[in-house]
Ligand binder design. Structure first.
Ligand code: PEP
Ligand code: MN
Length: 337
């Protein structure tokens, strides 16, 4: 059930509503907008309850929601969510760029990458320390040491950080080092992990599963939000299709569809979508044109020897070129980059 408070509702009236819902055993979620406060009450709703609520002082409307996305959907939170990450605001007018290597490898290399990322206009440094590799014999990431390097190098260049967490047991550790917790495509339906990051105060970048429908992906966001963390960014990173000329297929239409179905910001990852560096820039332009609020892109000072995802990783000069090419596209749709 959604309860929309009147614009001039007092704090006492809001408290009374919350108290009544708690007595009835509901889970209460609050969205405080510029003008109105909205409560989402999750639990068993009966017809008389809607009427009882409508009669309470300070309530503008109370209605049942058939929307399966109680918290991610627009009825609970009509305005787009803006998530602050360091200096950046994901979901604001400016298209935010998150760039860095697939894996954190060493401090000196990371420094070079971070400097170029910052110089080009990125505000968030990416780098995996826990890597979900297809083979158990491939490089698995530097773990804690990788997180230390990422955090230290990002701070030197004034960048915020994003890194993947794969295991519930590592959530506290990763939280100590990074600004944004990444949930990888392979873990999109790992519900214990989704709930665990939902109990933190860190923004979550939720990648779309390799073969997940948009509804399944939004339901995964719902898991995070149901634990109280509403700071979820939806990352389209390409899906499995029958096409083999690219690693995955970037589902460009997912960007406006997620914007329509939810209030959450959308991030596009052209690197994992196409899997080949010669097509990353053009897909970055396309994602911005389709309304992506941010880009997540892999860059490296020497991608040919990168320990993971080298073939899809941009050279640093190509990153500068990508930034130059997305700016006019952003401006054409009334945004900055
Ligand atoms: C990554 O960002 O390096 C990564 C492993 O991404 P995905 O989970 O989308 O495959
Ligand atoms: Mn990668």
């Amino acid at each position: 059930m959604i309860i929309v408070m009147k614009e001039n509702a007092t704090d006492e009236q809001k408290e009374r509503v919350k108290k009544r819902l708690t007595e009835l055993g509901f889970d209460i979620h609050q969205s405080t907008g510029v003008l109105k406060t909205i409560f989402g009450a999750v639990g068993q709703v009966t017809g008389w309850l809607v009427e009882e609520m409508q009669a309470l002082e300070g309530i503008d409307q109370a209605f049942r929601v058939s929307d399966p996305f109680k918290l991610a959907g627009r009825s609970f939170h009509p305005d787009p969510t803006v998530i602050r990450v360091g200096k950046a605001e994901v979901g604001g007018n400016r298209v935010v760029v998150m760039a860095g290597p697939c894996s954190v490898e060493d401090r000196e290399g990371m420094r070079r990458i971070a400097r170029s990322a910052a110089a080009g206009g990125a505000t968030v440094l990416r780098g995996g320390a826990f890597k979900p590799r297809s083979s158990p014999y491939a490089f698995q990431g530097l773990g804690k040491e990788g997180l230390e390097i990422l955090a230290a190098v990002a701070a030197e260049s004034g960048l915020a950080t994003v890194s993947e967490v794969m295991d519930t047991r590592d959530v506290d550790l990763v939280c100590r080092y990074v600004d944004v917790l990444q949930i990888g495509a392979r873990n999109m339906q790992n519900t214990p992990l989704l709930k665990e990051v939902g109990r933190t105060a860190k923004p979550v970048l939720l990648k779309r599963g390799l073969s997940a429908t948009i509804e399944e992906w939004i339901m995964a966001a719902e898991y995070v939000m149901s634990e109280g963390n509403y700071q979820v960014m939806m990352c389209e990173r390409g899906i499995r299709t029958y096409e083999t000329s690219t690693r995955n297929t970037l589902d460009i239409s997912a960007i406006p569809i997620v914007h329509e179905k939810t209030h959450l910001p959308v991030v596009a990852d052209p690197s994992h979508a196409v899997g080949r560096r010669d097509k990353v820039i053009v897909m970055a332009r396309a994602a911005v044109a389709a309304g992506a609020d941010a880009l997540l892109v892999e860059i490296h000072h020497n991608p040919e020897v990168a320990v993971s995802d080298g073939p899809q990783t941009l050279f640093l000069e190509q990153f500068a070129q990508m930034m130059a090419e997305i700016r006019p596209v952003a401006r054409a749709i009334g945004r900055d980059a």
